[in-house]
Design a protein around this ligand. Structure first.
Ligand SMILES: *[C@@H]1O[C@H](CO)[C@@H](O)[C@H](O)[C@H]1NC(C)=O
Ligand SMILES: *[C@@H]1O[C@H](CO)[C@@H](O)[C@H](O)[C@H]1NC(C)=O
Ligand SMILES: CC(=O)N[C@H]1CO[C@H](CO)[C@@H](O)[C@@H]1O
Length: 391
């Protein structure tokens, strides 16, 4: 009997050892275990703007150099960040806001909200897109993910957030945003994270960062369960899934020629997709990275930028509970590889343009590059300030 148990234990240890070596170790390494964090492009070349903390998403208006930010408070994020399973609706800020920052004058403008009928349910922001309107480029359409608390006597921790997409309109440099409509779809808009809006104000693509609002299955996604998706909504046609069964979907961005990029926040990697006539998406390529990442943007030079997570473990298990705990951050740039190793199949080059151990830049989840003015903007869910760096 003892012998059998011993054999069993030996086999078990061997299996677990193999599991650790083959599976868990590379996963933990991607999450940041044992990674040495460098200092690249940080400090001297940068300034911090503490008035703009906890801004989850940054969008650049290229012609003017103005940046639009979707902001909250670090305190609210501790209680209410549905993507991280933080679902304490009482602790959520319902007065999150969109601000503009002008790097030329350092002027910050918090946009006033007008015509927002469902105002009582407030704004709890996350992903955003700001798109010049096709009918007048001086008008900007602001698409916002709004994680509302569920209505009635139900606990958000039981049913999740009642998330919708809000569409507002503003003018370039204006100080008011006027509500146009709310997009709602219980079965397709599940756990919206980030989005790409159309210039006619009628449709958008968005990522669902989980397969379900709540429940144990969400935890399996950390281990590779592919349950995230991209959805598509049109004001006249409703919502549908553009692609399902992807892993770790988070930030989404679109190049001017229509190509989509989606970041895997858990295991890393950039997926490249092409839209089809029926609005579905087809995967055409994938670029590996050594870390999870988030909140993509495409600059005017065609480079894709991402906030990398040098250490997702500290981010998820320490910094998100207490945003004062430093957590390293960095910015990655993806470009078409023109170097000699193209030959070996490396179509894309991944450069680390900014890295900080967390003493200066922490909680960074969104990175935007102004290629014309050579400025890099960094902010994030729980970041204490906006960081602006000269490149
Ligand atoms: C939820 O948030 C409220 C308000 O901040 C706080 O008083 C309460 O302790 C929080 N509940 C939990 C379970 O964290
Ligand atoms: C779209 O542009 C990107 C670079 O900005 C390029 O990598 C991609 O191949 C282009 N896609 C198509 C379908 O031409
Ligand atoms: C749109 C957006 O901001 N997406 C993600 C940015 O990063 C944080 C941190 O992981 C995510 O929680 C957001 O979902």
């Amino acid at each position: 009997m003892a012998r059998t148990i011993l054999n069993f234990l030996v086999v078990l240890v061997a299996i677990l050892g193999g599991f650790y070596q083959l599976y868990l170790r590379p996963t933990l390494a991607k999450f940041g275990l044992g990674r040495i964090v460098e200092n690249i492009g940080n400090k001297d070349a940068c300034i911090a703007v503490p008035e703009l903390s906890a801004c989850e998403k940054i969008v650049l208006h290229q012609p003017t150099g103005l940046v639009y930010l979707a902001c909250s408070t670090p305190q609210s994020r501790i209680h209410w960040t549905p993507t991280m399973g933080r679902l304490n609706a009482t602790g959520a800020s319902r007065t999150d806001y969109v601000a503009t920052y002008d790097p030329k004058t350092s002027r910050i403008t918090r946009l006033n909200v007008a015509n927002f009928a469902t105002q009582s349910r407030g704004l709890s922001l996350h992903g955003m897109d700001v798109v010049p309107s096709s009918s007048n480029p001086n008008d900007l359409l602001i698409y916002l993910i709004n994680h509302r608390a569920p209505l009635g006597n139900v606990l958000a921790s039981k049913v999740g957030a009642d998330s919708v997409i809000e569409l507002f309109k503003t003018t370039v440099g204006g100080s008011t945003m006027t509500h146009i409509r709310t997009f709602q779809d219980e079965s397709v808009i599940i756990t919206p994270n980030d989005l790409v809006g159309s210039p006619d104000g009628k449709s958008f693509y968005f990522t669902n960062d989980h397969g379900a609002r709540v429940g144990l299955k969400r935890e399996l996604e950390m281990l590779g369960y592919a349950a995230t998706s991209v959805g598509y909504c049109h004001v006249d046609e409703g919502c549908k899934f553009a692609i399902k069964n992807m892993h770790g979907n988070n930030g989404i961005a679109q190049a001017p020629n229509g190509t989509f990029y989606v970041a895997n926040a858990l295991w890393g990697g950039l997926t490249i997709l092409e839209p089809q006539a029926d609005k579905s998406l087809v995967i055409t390529d994938y670029v590996k990275t050594d870390r999870g990442m988030d909140n993509l943007s495409v600059d005017s030079a065609g480079h894709v930028w991402a906030a990398g997570f040098p250490n997702a473990l500290i981010l998820a298990f320490q910094h998100f509970s207490d945003p004062t705990i430093p957590c390293p951050s960095n910015a990655l740039r993806f470009s078409i590889n023109t170097g000699p190793n193209v030959f070996y199949g490396e179509k894309y080059k991944v450069d680390k343009v900014f890295e900080d151990d967390g003493t200066f830049a922490l909680g960074i989840t969104s990175v935007v590059h102004d290629a014309e003015r050579k400025l890099l903007f960094l902010d994030g869910v729980t970041a204490p300030s906006l960081i602006v760096c000269k490149l």
